[in-house]
Design a protein around this ligand. Structure first.
Ligand code: DAH
Length: 336
């Protein structure tokens, strides 16, 4: 079989002029350069050719292969270019956009920020404390005796980690935010007014009103001549701002080892209803606590309080199950 290479070259050039997309280009490639394509066929015929014919046919096949390869490269670029331009041309700026759903803060975070914001406006500074604490800060410095039940492993998560400040003790997950008081007092001199929000941990069995992790907000104000009336005035101002002016509240005597006297604050806001709901503990800082923090005896007085964030959010929004906060169900979260 003889080949007219000049004609084949022209034919390839000719055919290529009508190629305008990737599919046509692929067909073209298969026809000439594919396994069973024309160039392969020509190479396959070489063994049957005479010695004299071989070089010319071989060269013709090589040239044809080079031409076709060049055409393919050129076309590829051209097609890409065209696709780019056409996608530009079809951009319709009047088409409605894809709306992105905006997220928002979790109700717990909103509540913490709202409460902290109210105290900030009253002059308090917001501070952080670590969730991993020493037994000293979490209990001893707060005048909680060695045999107090809350120190038991059933009531506190002890970590498998040695306390670097007391090698006989283990570190623990703080069971309340009150150890934040000790940290602040160890490092600062009065007058001071701080708010310490954060997570706390207790090995409670989980039910509608208990979780092994929840949030508290601690408050501490230390100065000379702080009185119980300051505590009452401060917490009344807070409750009225947070729950509304008509809120009814009372200070009910209670016991906490780290305050003396101590009280619990109850509120009642459902009109016509008589039941009181406890929302926080409070009191005047115990002299033993000042002593543990290294303050001189008798020089300062202070007030302290601690409230549970979940509890307050549940009361304010009528939520009946604490587990709702942690389940990440959008149908719940989106309501707030
Ligand atoms: N730490 C207490 C608790 O977890 C709450 C508390 C009560 C904090 C009285 C205080 C306080 O600062 O004065 O139950």
């Amino acid at each position: 079989m003889s080949w007219n290479f000049e004609e084949l070259q022209q034919q390839a050039e000719q055919e290529s002029t009508s190629i305008s997309d990737a599919r046509a280009l692929e067909e073209f490639r298969i026809k000439y350069l594919g396994k069973k394509g024309l160039v392969a066929e020509i190479y396959a015929s070489l063994p049957q050719l005479s010695k004299e014919e071989k070089p010319a046919v071989g060269k013709g096949a090589n040239d044809l292969r080079n031409t076709v390869s060049r055409i393919i490269e050129e076309k590829k670029t051209a097609i890409k270019q065209k696709e780019k331009q056409s996608s530009k041309r079809f951009l319709d700026v009047t088409m409605p956009g894809v709306a992105l759903e905006a997220g928002h803060q979790h109700l717990i975070t909103q509540t913490i920020e709202e409460i902290c914001g109210l105290f900030e406006r009253l002059g308090f500074v917001i501070q952080d404390g670590p969730e991993m604490e020493t037994e000293f800060n979490n209990f001893s410095a707060l005048n909680i005796p060695e045999d107090h039940p809350s120190r038991d492993g059933f009531d506190t998560f002890y970590l498998d980690a040695q306390d670097p400040t007391d090698k006989t003790k283990k570190l623990l997950l703080r069971s309340h935010t009150s150890p934040g008081q000790i940290r602040i007092m160890k490092n600062n001199k009065p007058p001071l007014a701080v708010i310490i929000p954060g997570r706390v941990y207790r090995p409670d069995a989980v039910d509608a009103s208990h979780s092994f992790m929840f949030h508290q907000i601690e408050g501490l104000l230390v100065d000379k001549d702080v009185k119980f009336s300051d505590l009452k005035g401060l917490l009344t101002a807070f409750c009225q701002r947070f729950f509304g002016r008509d809120i009814k509240m009372r200070f009910r005597p209670h016991f906490f080892p780290f305050t003396e006297p101590s009280a619990e604050v109850d509120i009642s806001w459902a009109k016509g209803k008589k039941d009181w709901l406890e929302i926080m503990g409070c009191g005047m800082v115990h002299p033993k606590v000042f002593e543990a923090a290294g303050y001189p005896k008798g020089k300062y007085t202070g007030l302290a309080f601690g409230l549970g964030v979940e509890r307050i959010a549940m009361l304010k929004h009528g939520i009946t199950d604490i587990r709702n906060f942690y389940e990440n169900d959008k149908r719940f979260l989106e309501q707030f």
